[in-house]
Design a binder for this molecule. Structure first.
Ligand code: COA
Length: 147
């Protein structure tokens, strides 16, 4: 884990295609969907964090601006299969929170897959909605305020 570095990745960065591939493998293929059918133009507005080991992206998330100036939405949280359960998701979320709080954001919102709800629970996120369907699977809204 010590060798993994988290860095910000722009859409014209060489690592962006690896971010795309990881999202496709971890977030879309298992539910029978493809990013090819989605409009990804909004990616350019996001702060994209990648976890990199030996020039390979092994985890990512994206911080998306919202209409509310102090609120951001975290989306596309993914850890490569072989790295899951080793603390990398927590490391990426901690980095995203620190980045957000540093930049005068006070409120983080996300749409959690119900299967990942316990992960966000452990990081202090509160469920604030009923279950709803997104990308064909159950989700809930979860939120955290700046401590
Ligand atoms: C969900 C995901 C991002 C978590 O990342 P991770 O690196 O595997 O999680 P971590 O190892 O940092 O786990 C942190 C804590 O959450 C727990 N946790 C992680 N995923 C969990 C899950 N799905 N269910 C229950 N607990 C979970 C871990 O056991 C750990 O608990 P601990 O602190 O008591 O040891 C990752 O497993 C993943 O990419 N899953 C597939 C895609 C996905 O569901 N993304 C989220 C979409 S909303």
């Amino acid at each position: 884990m010590d060798d993994i570095k988290i860095r910000q990745i722009a859409v014209d960065d060489v690592y962006y295609s690896q971010i795309y591939d990881l999202r496709e493998e971890v977030l879309r293929k298992p539910i029978g969907l493809s990013l090819k059918n989605e409009d990804l133009s909004g990616d350019a507005d996001d702060i994209i964090l990648g976890a990199i080991l030996d020039n390979k992206v092994v985890g990512c998330l994206m911080i998306h601006p919202t209409d509310a100036v102090h609120k951001v939405k975290i989306r596309q949280m993914a850890v490569a299969d072989e790295w899951q359960g080793k603390g990398l998701g927590r490391m990426l979320m901690t980095e995203a929170e620190q980045h957000s709080w540093r930049n005068n954001k006070t409120h983080i919102i996300l749409h959690a897959r119900v299967t990942a709800q316990p992960f966000y629970d452990k990081l202090g996120y509160h469920t604030t909605s009923d279950v709803f369907t997104e990308v064909g699977i159950p989700h809930v809204v979860m939120e955290k305020m700046k401590p």
